[in-house]
Unconditional design. Structure first.
Length: 341
């Protein structure tokens, strides 16, 4: 096996999971990026697997790969930058293992990320949210499951992957103040309160879908059944039913956007919390953000709060205009204020 693939193997199987202790999803993203890089070398440059070594790799080849991602595969600039970041990390690791690869590592670090405008935060209005949550047919099992899933995603502001990974034992719905434990990026666990109405929905859901399962069970809370066997629900399944409900909700409420997707509910909860007065620092903790700067996008996104602030400012300015100055029709006071008396 070549030095390149030996390094790939130790990077994915030892360094990332055991030394860096990264999450399964993060490791999967690194694996996919490296698979794509190797695929490019094989299909576009006609390289044989046994000929792919560090000696044939250079900065220009990596740049060509990144250009291929955007020009041929149609990847976005943010996806391009993500793949570049992963390659930088990989070649840095290669330089740590073998000092002869340090020059290659440094040259690839000099490849700049592409600048691109940050997308606007996509969230639902309160009317749109109500219309969306009203769409599942609760006379059917899938409808009950889908409504509880969307309610939980909004209530906890969870990432879709966090909710799909949730086990029954991660819930404390019989407590005085129910909470859910979410495992975020890097395996970090945070406790998020569950509102009473959502807790009631969860109790009904458990009675229907997990009637004989103990609350300490490590079974996945949400699942799909295939040939009578339970499997962890996939992100694609969630995206599919949310798209369907979004299309139905749009017919009932014009405020529903044309595209409805799972992450919108997380954004929606964050904006609503901020609008209701929760400080951005607490919103960031609620969302599991590591960097406070990440949460600032919700302050920029909430035009409703800006509108209210402008209205209050205009009201104060209008009141100030109508104030009669104390020296009105008092010539002696005007002269004293001018220093003439």
């Amino acid at each position: 096996m070549s030095d390149f693939f030996n390094t790939v193997r130790s990077y994915l199987l030892e360094y990332l999971p055991r030394q860096k202790c990264l999450s399964e999803n993060t490791i999967k993203a690194h694996k996919n990026a490296l698979n794509l890089f190797v695929s490019y070398l094989r299909t576009e440059l006609n390289m044989k697997v046994d000929s792919i070594t560090f000696s044939v790799l250079d900065k220009q080849l990596v740049i060509d790969f990144l250009d291929w991602l955007t020009d041929v595969r149609g990847c976005s600039k943010s996806s391009r930058n993500q793949r570049l970041s992963i390659l930088r990390n990989f070649f840095e690791y290669a330089g740590q293992l073998d000092c002869t690869q340090i020059a290659l590592e440094i040259s690839i670090k000099k490849i700049p990320a592409v600048k691109h405008p940050k997308p606007m935060v996509d969230f639902l209005s309160e009317n749109a949210l109500k219309a969306l949550l009203a769409q599942p047919n609760t006379n059917k099992l899938n409808g009950i499951r889908d409504r509880v899933f969307m309610s939980m995603m909004y209530d906890t502001a969870a990432r879709c992957s966090e909710l799909l990974d949730m086990k029954i034992s991660d819930l404390r719905i019989k407590a005085t103040h129910p909470v859910a434990y979410l495992r975020g990026k890097g395996g970090k666990v945070r406790a998020v309160p569950i509102m009473p109405k959502t807790a009631e929905h969860l109790k009904q859901y458990l009675q229907i879908f997990h009637p004989e399962t103990a609350l300490e069970s490590n079974e996945h809370l949400f699942f799909t059944s295939i040939h009578g066997e339970r499997h962890k629900m996939s992100p694609d399944a969630v995206a599919l039913f949310m798209k369907k409900y979004g299309e139905k909700a749009r017919k009932a409420c014009a405020e529903v956007p044309e595209r409805v997707h799972p992450h919108q509910l997380r954004h929606t909860r964050a904006v609503h919390l901020y609008r209701d007065g929760m400080p951005l620092v607490l919103v960031g903790e609620y969302l599991g953000h590591v960097k406070p700067e990440t949460t600032k996008i919700y302050a920029y996104a909430d035009t409703e709060m800006k509108r209210r602030a402008l209205e209050k400012s205009d009201e104060r300015r209008h009141d100030m205009i109508n104030i009669i100055p104390m020296w009105h029709n008092d010539e002696d006071m005007i002269l004293r204020l001018s220093g003439l008396f």
